[in-house]
Design a protein around this ligand. Structure first.
Ligand SMILES: *[C@@H]1O[C@H](CO)[C@@H](O)[C@H](O)[C@H]1NC(C)=O
Length: 275
């Protein structure tokens, strides 16, 4: 019955078909590029660097406002808010490559010594510190902004403390005329020292020189002391002689006086000794 009525009425059939199409496509209205839909209307978008303030009406076009500092809009938009500029955080291992503008987001790049672990195009979202090679390893490939450091083990007879770009051969003590004191490892160089015979000679010479110095100074001291004692003895003898001469001149009458002067003289000699 439905069938027959449609067949009889082609216009009605077409209407039903259009209605079905609209229901299935989900859109009752298709706006053009650089237009956005609001209700049953198509409004012109706001240009990059701005956002919608009020939607258009039958009598007025869309009104737009520029993005404020710290926000951006990189495409024509029907949105009422600009996007927030990305932050290149040190805690994410990032620094600014290009600052945010009203029409483009901030572009971040890894800090010096970091590499990117999450990137889209030339933007880096997160970065990690280059790994440090262990002692016994060398940096076989230096880290870049996009790749981590690559470490490799040192081969036998060479060493690196983890910061070298190639392992260095252990010092051959023999070739520099020294004795091996401590064998080298993968992370440390060999330690060399004087040969024990050379060392012994050095010690013996040192001891001899030291003893010679002691002997010389001991002799010098003895010599000086002796010289002083001789001088003192000479002085003493002279004084006694003078005293005796004085007493004999004064005679027995003044023996009491002479005795007194002898005491004085002895006192004088004592004080002289003390000097
Ligand atoms: C490794 O050796 C270099 C040069 O000898 C030195 O400057 C550096 O401090 C050493 N690093 C470590 C971690 O020992």
């Amino acid at each position: 019955m439905f069938n027959t009525s449609l067949r009889r009425n082609p216009v009605a059939a077409a209407s039903v078909l259009i209605l079905l199409m609209k229901v299935f496509s989900g859109h009752t209205l298709t706006c053009q590029r650089a237009e956005y839909q609001i209700g049953n209307e198509c409004c012109p978008m706001c240009p990059p660097g701005s956002r919608v303030k009020t939607d258009c009406t039958e009598i007025r076009s869309t009104s737009c406002l520029p993005c404020t500092k710290g926000t951006f809009m990189n495409q024509p938009t029907g949105l009422k808010l600009c996007f927030s500029c990305a932050h290149c955080g040190k805690d994410s291992g990032l620094k600014i490559k290009r600052s945010c503008t009203f029409i483009s987001d901030t572009v971040c790049e890894p800090l010096e010594g970091f590499y990117c672990i999450d990137s889209t195009g030339d933007r880096c979202e997160a970065a990690l510190k280059h790994k440090q090679c262990q002692p016994g390893q060398y940096i076989s490939q230096k880290g870049t902004a996009s790749t981590d450091t690559v470490c490799s083990d040192c081969s036998e007879g060479t060493f690196s403390n983890g910061t070298f770009e190639s392992c260095r051969p252990h010092t051959q003590c023999d070739s520099v005329n020294l004795q091996l004191i401590k064998a080298g490892t993968a992370s440390t160089d060999a330690e060399c020292g004087e040969h024990s015979s050379t060392l012994m000679t050095g010690i013996v010479i040192g001891v001899i020189v030291f003893m010679l110095m002691i002997g010389t100074s001991a002799y010098l001291m003895y010599y000086l002391k002796k010289k002083e004692r001789t001088r003192n003895a000479e002085n003493h003898a002279e004084e006694v002689q003078q005293m005796t001469a004085l007493r004999s001149e004064a005679g027995p009458a003044s023996s009491a006086l002479g005795g007194l002067s002898l005491i004085n003289c002895t006192q004088a000699m004592f004080s002289l000794h003390e000097l």
